[in-house]
Design a protein around this ligand. Structure first.
Ligand SMILES: [Zn+2]
Length: 120
């Protein structure tokens, strides 16, 4: 089981990652706003404008998913269930948490769930 000090470490790590994502989103939004304001694109430029907008959208979606994962992990720290697999209730290995602090499943459950998803 994780002790208080380890939990605190993961919490700091998660909060740091959360802050980075929020900064990133802020920066992207700001950049895209500035682009729209004064840098009026040529008519022939529509395609490239579209792709950068799509990039922004997809980035935001990935970031949003990550944020949800982080929030969930932080909630689990508060609840005292952090580091416990949501599927089987066994502790998630510390090595796995180090690589992926937002993990909610142990390696076995994760791969089993992924296989199930692939089959549809
Ligand atoms: Zn499990």
């Amino acid at each position: 089981m994780l002790n208080q000090q380890e939990l605190e470490q993961y919490k700091v790590q998660l909060l740091e990652e959360r802050r980075k994502i929020l900064n990133n989103i802020e920066k992207l939004v700001k950049e895209s706003n500035e682009l729209g304001k004064d840098g009026t694109p040529d008519i022939g430029d529509e395609a490239s404008e579209l792709s950068s907008r799509q990039l922004l959208l997809s980035l935001n979606e990935a970031d949003r998913a990550k944020l949800l994962e982080i929030d969930r992990a932080l909630e689990r720290i508060e609840e005292g269930t952090y580091g416990i697999c949501e599927e089987c209730g066994e502790p998630i290995s510390p090595q796995r948490l180090k690589v992926k602090p937002t993990a909610i499943y142990c390696v076995e459950c994760k791969s089993r769930l992924e296989k199930r998803q692939q089959r549809g």
